[in-house]
Design a protein around this ligand. Sequence first.
Ligand code: DGI
Ligand code: FE
Ligand code: FE
Length: 188
Amino acid sequence: MDIRDIEIDLRRRLSKKRFEHTLGVVVTSVDLARKYGENLEYARLAALLHDSAKELPLLDMQNLVKNFNLDDDMLRNGALLHGVAGMELAKERYGVTNSYILEAIRVHTTGKVNMSTLDKIIFLADYIEPNRDFPGLDIIRLAAKESLNKGVLAGYDMTIRHLLDQGLSIYPLTILGRNDIIRSIKGG
Ligand code: DGI
Ligand code: FE
Ligand code: FE
């Protein structure tokens, strides 16, 4: 499916709020791609599809990922699972084959160790897109202007703080991803 048709399909499938968030992530990802030297079309397509599975019932998400060996924490939580499910939907429904793009969709919620530039751009744009507004967001926006890694670190910090405040579990990959970014920043 070409990108215009994907956008039309998503406009129909997603709630207004989620679709507007998606368009915000597209604009912000393209800006970040320009700033940090990533392919603009990859950024556009990954951003457009990053939350494509977010509003599916948990059972549908689980069905999409049935060929993967995922742990129960991931499988029982749509807030985590929609990245992997979104990757599968991008393949099955929208015909995306580029593994660099698919990976950025897969890891956009938790991040991972050794994120690519595109992974970081989608992860960060998801926080700072213009429709987002929560206390502390200005810190992430400022960090994103300084460097991609500093922006991503500020995003991790915000998520982990939020999870702690809400008494929620922290998915281990989130911690490993944050440690890895700190290592990258220290190493230059
Ligand atoms: O899909 P979005 O709302 O645009 O953003 P997202 O994909 O970053 O998802 C945010 C949700 O994911 C939010 O409810 C918190 C949850 N989340 C992110 N990291 C973790 C997490 N939940 C758990 N349990 N553990 C995590 O490490
Ligand atoms: Fe998401
Ligand atoms: Fe999102």
